[in-house]
Design a protein around this ligand. Structure first.
Ligand code: NAP
Length: 283
């Protein structure tokens, strides 16, 4: 099985590394070429000179930034992949983009799975991501050996777009948890509580969670290296806001998080980790 990987950022680079470790990776690409060249040299695979280099691949995985990036890559891959090949998209984008990508590829006999992931850069590095898959069951089976290289769990949620719908729900929880943890720790600072005692005490009780565990100590030390960029969460929240409006739910968590991350991005924190929200919570 030959796999290609496009988008070698905080998530994509370690995911590609797991594929290489299993002997599945043939070719990589990235918008900034130097990243692809460096990772290809490190992993002993090919850096694509053009999309034609992906023609040998049975599966091409994407982990790029935005909806337009996914569609740009899908259009280019539709022109070169063989019928029967599969494109798997791990980026967080709208369910509409997933459906457009699926239709573009289906016209050439190429399969598509929307497969957004959760678990953060730690999950990508450890190969323990939760994959939320949408699409045809037989197409997912073709891609499964690739997903197994970096997933702790692969769930087939339904037809095309169901993976992205699941990720939208995931991002509501992520945004709300971030609001609560950053606000709580900002309060803890003002109350003069010792973080070395506060963090393990909170983790041991009902308030314990992934974000507090992985980002609590670093945010209190004013370290905001991503991780997950504020700009990416803002993108996700805009997608989620549209879905929540259509669904008619009361979306106060989404609205608050949108306002906060828009402010952080305006303050020049787009590439900071989402835990930089504590900067606003300090008042
Ligand atoms: P990132 O560090 O910003 O990496 C994105 C990578 O994709 C960069 O290397 C970028 O190239 C490349 N890229 C963007 N547009 C491209 C295009 N049109 N063609 C080729 N390459 C392109 O982001 P990330 O944190 O890895 O996240 C990637 C996606 O996964 C996003 O949709 C994000 O929302 C989602 N996600 C992130 C996390 C997380 O914890 N970080 C978790 C789950 C899901 P450059 O080098 O030129 O920037």
């Amino acid at each position: 099985m030959k796999t290609g990987f496009i988008g070698l950022g905080a998530m994509g680079a370690p995911m590609a590394g797991h594929l290489a470790a299993r002997g599945l990776l043939a070719v990589v690409d990235n918008r900034t070429r130097s990243k692809a060249d460096a990772l290809a040299a490190q992993l002993g695979v090919q850096a694509a000179a053009s999309h034609a280099d992906f023609a040998v691949c049975d599966v091409v995985a994407l982990c790029v930034s935005m909806d337009a990036d996914v569609l740009q890559q899908v259009e280019a891959l539709a022109a070169v992949l063989a019928p029967g090949a599969v494109v798997v998209d791990h980026s967080t984008v709208s369910a509409d983009t997933a459906r457009k990508a699926q239709a573009l590829l289906a016209a050439r006999g190429i399969g598509f799975i929307d497969a957004p992931v959760s678990g953060g850069v730690e999950g990508a590095r450890n190969g323990k991501l939760s994959v939320m898959a949408g699409g045809d069951a037989a197409t997912l089976e073709k891609a499964r050996p690739v997903l197994e290289a970096y997933a702790a769990r692969i769930t087939h949620m339904g037809g095309t777009g169901a993976g992205q719908a699941t990720k939208a729900v995931n991002q509501v929880l992520v945004a709300g948890i971030n609001e609560a943890v950053c606000e709580g720790l900002a309060l803890g600072e003002k109350l003069g509580l010792d973080p070395d005692k506060l963090l393990p005490t909170l983790m041991a009780g009902a308030a314990g969670n992934w974000f507090l565990d992985k980002r609590g100590a670093t945010m209190l030390a004013n370290q905001f290296t991503p991780g997950f960029k504020c700009g990416h969460l803002l993108k996700d929240l805009r997608i989620v806001q549209g879905m929540a409006r259509d669904a008619g739910i009361r979306a106060t968590v989404i609205e608050q998080a949108l306002a906060d991350y828009a402010e952080l991005v305006q303050r020049g924190e787009a590439d900071a980790d989402t835990s930089a929200l504590i900067l606003l919570k300090r008042g």
